[in-house]
Design a binder for this molecule. Sequence first.
Ligand code: PAF
Length: 309
Amino acid sequence: MIVQVVRTAAELREASARLLAERQGRSQGLVPTMGALHEGHARLARTAVEQNDVVVATIFVNPLQFGDAVDLDRYPRTLEADVALLEEQGVDLVFAPSVDEVYPGGEPLVRVTAGSLGEKWEGASRPGHFDGALTVVAKLLHYGIPGAGLPAAGAFATGARAGLPAYRAYFGQKDAQQLALVRRMVSDLNFPVEIVAVPTVRSAEGLALSSRNRFLSDQEREAALVLSRALRLLEDRANAHEPLDLDSAHALVASQPLVDLDYFDVVDPRTLEPLAENCRSVPFRGEGLALIAAKVGPVRLIDNVPLSS
Ligand code: PAF
């Protein structure tokens, strides 16, 4: 199956409606990305292809979520390779709009705000990042609604969507805070979509795959492995119903001089509030999420692991 690349929302609506009609499709999956795709994205796309009759992937480097113009310029743009990777996974349509297509009047006046959940952890070092990310995710989720384009105003409330295809959107567990915020937005603002979380893909040594890994030198890449090792330590302790002893995991990270730690904590997976009592001297109980972020050389890396005991 040859993937079709579309540039405008109108083309996307037409092409997805046609595919759904041809296949008598009952479901559509959306895989939002910023391109520079790797095996982690391939897994998102494959999961969507397994679960839906029609799959749309989006490639859009969203200026609203970059605080720094240099970072935005430096973000890798690899459209041809990205389209080839998506085609291999069986994606039907790639929506790769221009900035003008997504923001025709310039930056939008009205935006989604991530609230207090967007101000902690990643949000603390990247002010405004999650507002920008959620604003574009809201738009992308609307572009991808299956069934002949956007429904008439009020259609959700009146139940007029009954009989329309199921709609799912796929996000990586790797960006745990983004995932928590997208889930919260969809629930708080009644978006008609099911959010599916897809587990993090790692290199054989354990490094979480990221578009930023390409900027690591060999030495930095080796040093970065301490992040996943520290997370694994906590995961093993949680699985063994032992105290997490977060301090010793911190000491492991501190032993690596090329790693400049930003944060490393265990939090509630939904609220992202620290679970302080649960991670020191008593055996871990319940559900948690260990979050870590650090600069390794010039590259900021994040990783996380869900904990359950
Ligand atoms: O995770 C990403 O790649 C981006 O934040 C997303 C969800 C595509 C929004 O630009």
